[in-house]
Every structure is written in C-alpha cells, then in structure tokens.
Design a protein. Structure first.
Length: 437
C-alpha cells in the first residue's frame, strides 16, 4: 500500500490557520466575480424559477463537497486534491490532478484580476489603457505576493478581512431588495420563462455549480492549519451553507426587484440603484472591487502550497519546496504562482480565463469524488469525518461532473491538451528517476 501523504513532514511551516479562518478562506475562495454577474444570466435562462436552481446547485455541490470533506479529513499536509489523487490512484493521477488544479486555480484569479480592472474603469476611465492596466495588475498581484511571503498569519488576516468586507455589500443588496419587494407587496420583477427547456436548466445548473466552486483552494494549505483533519469538513459545510443562503437570496432579490433581470449587465448594482439611487450602485461597485481582490488574496494564500506539496513528494523540482528561513513560507512557490496569475491576467481576458478554470475544475472534482471509496479501502480507519452513504455520493458526484462537462465550451481545449501533455512529461521524468514515496 502506498504511504499516505498525511504522514510526511512539512519543513518549518507554521500552523496558524484556525477553524474560523479556514471557514473564511473557503468563503473567500468561493465568492468572487460570479455573484455580481450570474444572477442575470441565470434569470435569462429560467426566469423567476432561478432561485430554485440556485438551491438545487447547492445540493449538487453538497454531494461533491461532502466527498472532499471525508477525503480531506484523512490528510494534514499541503496539496489538497493532488494529495488525494496521489494516495488513491498513484503518482501519475496525482500529477495530472495537480496540473489540472494548477490550471484551474491560476486562470480563475487571473479572471478576477481582469474584472477588477474593468470595474475600476467605472471610477477611473483610463484603467483599461494597456500601460495603466499592466501597472494596476502588477500592483494588485505584487502587494498580495509580498504579504504572503512575509508570513501565513499575515496572509490569513488579509483573507479574513476581505471575506468580511465582501459580505457586507451582498447583505446590503439583500436587505435593500427585500425592502423594495415588501413595499411593492412582493409582486414585481420578471416572469417565469414558460418555454425553459431541460437544456436551459442544465446550462443554468452548470453556471451555478461554477459559482459554488473554488472551495478546493482552501484545502491546499493544510500543513499550515491548526487542526486540519477536523476543521476541513467543518469549514466546507459551514461555508457551503452560508454561500447557498447568500446566493439564493441574491437571486430571489434580482428576479423579484428588476422588471427585466435578464437584460441587466450589473444586476446587483441595478437593485441598489432602484432602491436608493446612484449612491447605492456606486457602493455595490466598490463592493465588487473588494470581492474580486479578496478572491485573489485567497488564491495567492493557498494555491502555492500545491507545487510545494509536489516538491515535497519528489514530483517537482526541489526548489518549489524551499521555505523562507525568516518568514517560514514557501516563497519560491508563491513567487511562481503569482507570476503566472499576473501573466495570464495580462494576456487573457475574463471569459478566456473563466473557461479554462471551468474545464479543469470539473475534471479534478470527478477525481476527488472517485478517491473516496478507494481511500476507504486503503485506509479504513483513516478518516476523522465519515460521509453518510459515502460510496453512493462518490458515484453521484462523478456522474454529476461527467454530465456537466458535456455542457462546457471547449474553446480552450488546446491549452487543456497541452496541460495534460506537460503532466505526462512531468510524471515520466520523476518516474525515470525512480524516486519512491
């Protein structure tokens, strides 16, 4: 039997992420750009039935996150889905999963960085100019990189601050929307779309599942969590419950308040504008900027721990496992990850980066679900949390990912194929060295 990665030591890292900080990190990793744009897109597909789709997508994501919760409760080291796949299926699948995770979680924050510049253009029109845009992206990524190199506590505190800050405007929109609905006796807004087909429902569900995605980011820095095996399941389920409530109420308010929610480009700002005028719309725009940057902070805090874990296992160059002698952070991995986010943000636009993230995410979600029954056989007593009907949930999760992947636009399939090829090369090199773990 292959040795579980949870038993391997991490060198000189500080366990500074507590239970509620981990909850905040999961929330910060999930709530990004989607909540500010998806409500109108989903409303265009299925009208005022869309809040039910939000709840259904939350239930579907609960299946996937439930599988990850049990699997995560077996590990206490860095790496997240990479470790799970490696322990369950071996080195090749572990490396493939790591590269998919890397692709998905580099492109997602790059997309949010692009959207930050777009929204900033509302206050500073020259933000979209090429040189100004490059300087802004450099400053955005550079500041967070410096903070996270200087210590995991500082990075965690910044993530906590952004999580709290991004929730405030969302709650304000919900309260304002409910007040408007109450004033109009709950009878304004868009009508149901009677002709909504099964295909439209499936497409809406796909978009919403992506809105709930990103939780896996918080599972990467478990070597710096205080009690990772117990806290990871708690953080996943608590964050899912909170995000489901927020998403459902936001969707209800948008389709309830806006007469033509499907045509709104900035639905939350339009709700606030209808409730309290231009000031409300401006506050939501500021809240969006905070949300985008908070999402970026979560990724730069957590995701560099994946190449760090690869290097610890002998699956990546040793330089990526380097720990700063003063700050006790994996500074090489942080620098490389930040540089890749910055580069993708510069060369790609929002939609391009989101598509890359969507394709990669479904693939490693399926692998994570499939790992559950395998690890139950390999490590019968290894889980702190045991998911009820876990094997059934694992099969259901894999089927859900397989169905949704058929609805994805594979416009960036060449990059996906290239990533898979690079992962094979990575595996071939380390396998030839004969390193055994």
């Amino acid at each position: 039997m292959e040795l579980a990665p949870a038993k391997l030591p991490s060198h000189n890292l500080v366990r500074a992420i507590g239970r509620w900080s981990l909850v905040a990190l999961v929330v910060n990793s999930i709530i990004g750009s989607g909540v500010f744009g998806l409500p109108s897109t989903v409303a265009a597909l299925i009208g005022s039935y869309s809040p039910y789709a939000v709840l259904a997508a939350g239930a579907g994501m609960a299946v996937i996150m439930g599988c990850f919760a049990e699997v995560a409760s077996r590990f206490q080291e860095a790496g997240g889905p990479y470790l799970y796949a490696r322990a369950a299926f071996g080195r090749l699948m572990g490396i493939q999963t790591a590269w998919m995770l890397w692709l998905g979680q580099v492109s997602a924050p790059a997309a949010n960085a692009n959207l930050f510049v777009i929204y900033l253009g509302e206050f500073f029109p020259h933000a979209k100019d090429p040189i100004t845009r490059a300087l802004i992206l450099t400053a955005l990524v550079g500041l967070l990189t410096l903070i996270n190199i200087r210590g995991v506590r500082a990075g965690t505190q910044v993530s906590n601050l952004f999580t709290a800050a991004k929730l405030v405007p969302l709650f304000v929109v919900i309260v304002l929307g409910l007040l408007v609905l109450r004033h109009h006796h709950w009878n304004i807004g868009s009508e149901p779309i009677a002709s909504a087909s099964a295909r439209q429902w499936l497409k809406a569900m796909l978009l919403l599942v992506f809105a709930y995605g990103g939780f896996e980011t918080a599972l990467a820095p478990m070597s710096e969590a205080k009690n990772p095996r117990r806290d990871a399941p708690f953080a996943l389920f608590t964050a899912l419950a909170l995000c489901t409530v927020i998403y459902a109420l936001i969707q209800w308010v948008v389709v309830g308040v806006l007469p033509d929610a499907a045509q709104s480009q900035r639905p939350l700002a339009d709700v606030a504008r209808l409730a309290v005028g231009p000031v409300g719309a401006a506050l939501v725009a500021i809240g969006a900027l905070i949300s985008f940057y908070g999402y970026l902070s979560a990724k730069i805090l957590a995701m560099p721990r994946v190449p760090f874990a690869l290097a610890e296992q002998g699956d990546f160059p040793k330089a990526f496992a380097a720990v700063h002698p003063r700050f006790h952070t994996p500074y090489v991995s942080i620098l490389v990850f930040a540089a890749m986010v910055w580069g993708l943000a510069l060369i790609g636009d929002f939609k391009w980066n989101v598509t890359l993230s969507a394709v990669a995410r479904l693939l490693y979600y399926g692998v994570g679900c499939a790992a559950l029954p395998i690890l139950r056989r390999k490590q019968p007593e290894g889980a702190v949390f045991r998911l009820p009907a876990g094997n059934f949930s694992a099969v259901l999760g894999v089927i859900l990912c397989a169905v949704l992947v058929t609805r994805v636009d594979f416009g960036q399939s060449l990059i996906l194929v290239a990533t898979i090829a690079l992962a094979f090369v990575n595996w071939a090199v380390v396998a030839r060295r004969g390193v055994s773990h």
